[in-house]
Write a protein that binds this ligand. Structure first.
Ligand SMILES: Nc1ncnc2c1ncn2[C@@H]1O[C@H](COP(=O)(O)OP(=O)(O)O)[C@@H](O)[C@H]1O
Ligand SMILES: [Mg+2]
Length: 147
């Protein structure tokens, strides 16, 4: 079985079909690129794989990721997958990040959900900033995304 298996994925807004019976498989070590004109459904497809479709949009068909069915899954199930089997890199940091939340707190939130606390949490945030060459950890942690 593939690491990711999308079968007959259909995404709708009410009666309007935004993605029409899309199927593809992805195995370990493989990459896939979705190519299509603007508005053809690339972003909605990837959001559906994370179980992150915006309110009002529904997915039908099947998305099996690392052995778990995503379509119709509960938040608890999705939270076990997110950040582990799959993680999104959003296109536009100005809209993907919360503009009112400091950068360090935003990086810390998912780590805290995974159980990190106190000095270990602070160190993990600093390590992640260093990995992307944002080494001035104290200043950047306290900055807002627009800064
Ligand atoms: N929240 C939404 N409600 C209704 N339609 C949406 C919503 N989000 C996206 N769409 C529509 O779904 C289609 C696919 O969008 P999208 O996946 O963002 O395209 P792409 O990433 O390929 O440019 C577009 O026609 C877009 O207008
Ligand atoms: Mg897009």
């Amino acid at each position: 079985m593939s690491l990711l298996s999308v079968s007959d994925l259909t995404i709708r807004a009410d009666e309007k079909i935004l993605v029409d019976r899309l199927s593809f498989d992805l195995d370990e070590g493989e990459r896939i690129g979705l190519i299509g004109e603007s508005g053809s459904g690339k972003s909605l497809t990837t959001l559906a794989i994370m179980g992150l479709l915006p309110p009002g949009l529904t997915a039908e068909g099947s998305i099996v990721l690392d052995g778990t069915e995503i379509v119709g899954a509960r938040e608890r199930t999705l939270n076990r997958i997110r950040g582990r089997a799959a993680a999104p890199v959003f296109q536009e940091p100005r809209t993907a990040l919360d503009p009112l939340m400091r950068v360090g707190a935003q990086i810390a939130e998912p780590l805290r959900l995974r159980g990190a606390r106190g000095s270990a949490l602070k160190r993990a945030v600093g390590d992640l900033l260093a990995q992307v060459a944002l080494a001035d950890e104290n200043r950047i942690s306290r900055a807002f995304p627009h800064e």
